[in-house]
Write a protein that binds this ligand. Structure first.
Ligand code: SF4
Ligand code: SF4
Length: 394
């Protein structure tokens, strides 16, 4: 019975509605079943066999962004998102709408290099179509090579410490230059960096599709590699990967990468800048977008802002907070709500008058770039590299 929603946890819900108030899908749709509390009630009904799976019911469970905005807000400690992940696992057989996406996801995860080569070859035909459909930004191009083609150890003359990089699929295949920026900074700081071979997808996209067993296999493979490394930290440019390998692996395979950390938290404590670089004149003022899995999943809000301040950049806050509508595969499966959430964030960014938008997640970068074309959208690591390594990349 493992991996079903936890009925004891669900019965702790007293229907106070606190979680609903934080839920972006409820905010957009305003119906009970599109909010955190309503989804839990549906799961409870399914477990007690008062309800049966239907396309409509499945849609409510699969329309959760898994943003974790409802995490930790429940006064009775209900683990809302964990129950929703498990609910999806329970419903995957009856959920026909996403069956092809599951097949595609499994194919990509098993053959990432081949999938990327196929995308490479078809990009001039396929990408204009995907962009027209609002799936990718209009100017998006795949790099010829991923960040990590093989295992690599980056050595330094005077070693201050040793870290490993968990690259993640988006940074590896879609934005490989981000990995290189991170390596440059770490080497300049005196860290030996291990990019181990054999890393696979963190498993989050599969788990989000209800493919719990497959996600667990990936988790075990990553643990076999990262679990035995003697490193100060395992760094990732993707907060979704950090959330998964640190917080969700213990829930699905009973062990996780406890020293996994997002890059801005790690670098903030270690980066020493005598004075802001010339770079900051170009992007003296930026606005910052909080990735959901960083702010809600990992509780990291101040560190990226402090990091930007440290490199001489002012942050002007946008009025609208919350999800950009990316949510991994959410932007593919729930285009209406995703599009509305994106519009809200994009308009709010533009209203700030900032010179650029900065975020800390490759998924948010991709999503925001679809709607924001009048100003650049950066990953924070690009700005840190420009300031600290005098790179002219931005
Ligand atoms: S994870 Fe996000 S979208 Fe899902 S129920 Fe919680 S707040 Fe709503
Ligand atoms: S905050 Fe907790 S108790 Fe209140 S409705 Fe949500 S899950 Fe139920």
């Amino acid at each position: 019975m493992k991996n079903l929603p936890d009925i004891k946890d669900l019965e702790k819900c007293v229907r106070c509605g606190s979680c609903k108030a934080y839920c972006p899908t409820y905010d957009e749709d305003n119906t009970e079943a599109m909010g955190a509390r309503g989804r839990l009630a549906l799961l409870r009904g399914l477990l007690l066999q008062e309800l049966k799976p239907t396309p409509l019911l499945n849609e409510k469970i699969f329309s959760c962004i898994l943003c974790e905005a409802c995490s930790g807000v429940c006064p009775n400690g209900v683990d809302i998102t964990e129950n929703i992940y498990r609910g999806r696992n329970m419903l995957k057989q009856s959920d026909k709408k996403r069956r092809y996406l599951r097949l595609l996801a499994k194919f990509f995860i098993r053959n990432p290099d081949l999938s990327c080569k196929m995308l490479q070859m078809s990009q001039y035909v396929l990408f204009p179509y995907l962009s027209k459909k609002g799936i990718i930004p209009s100017n998006f191009k795949l790099s010829k090579y991923p960040f990590k083609e093989r295992a690599q150890v980056y050595k330094v003359a005077k070693k201050r410490g040793r870290v490993a990089v968990f690259t993640g699929c988006a940074a590896n295949f879609l934005y490989p230059h981000l990995g290189l920026s991170l390596i440059n900074i770490l080497l300049k700081l005196g860290y030996e960096v291990i990019a181990p071979g054999g890393e696979v997808c963190c498993g989050m996209p599969l788990r989000a599709l209800g493919l719990e067993e497959e996600a667990r296999e990936l988790a075990k493979r990553n643990m076999r590699i990262f679990g035995k490394l003697k490193v100060e930290a395992v760094l990732s440019l993707c907060p979704t990967c950090v959330t998964m390998i640190k917080k969700q692996y213990p829930k699905i395979i009973n062990s996780g990468i406890s020293n996994a950390v997002d890059v801005s938290s790690f670098l903030l404590e270690r980066l020493d800048l005598a004075q802001p670089s010339l770079f900051s004149r170009k992007y003296a003022t930026v606005t910052y977008h909080d990735p959901c899995h960083l702010i809600y999943g990992l509780g990291i809000k101040d560190e990226p802002r402090k990091m930007l301040k440290k490199i001489g950049v002012n942050v002007v806050e946008k009025k609208e907070k919350g999800c950009c509508g990316s949510g991994g595969l959410f932007s593919l499966t729930n285009k209406d709500i995703s599009g509305r959430l994106l519009k809200r964030q994009a308009e709010s960014c533009l209203k700030t008058g900032a010179a650029a938008v900065v975020t800390a997640c490759p998924g948010c970068m991709m999503q925001l770039s679809k709607a924001i074309t009048k100003m650049p959208v950066f990953h924070i690591i690009e700005l840190i590299e420009a300031a600290y390594c005098d790179s002219d990349g931005v």
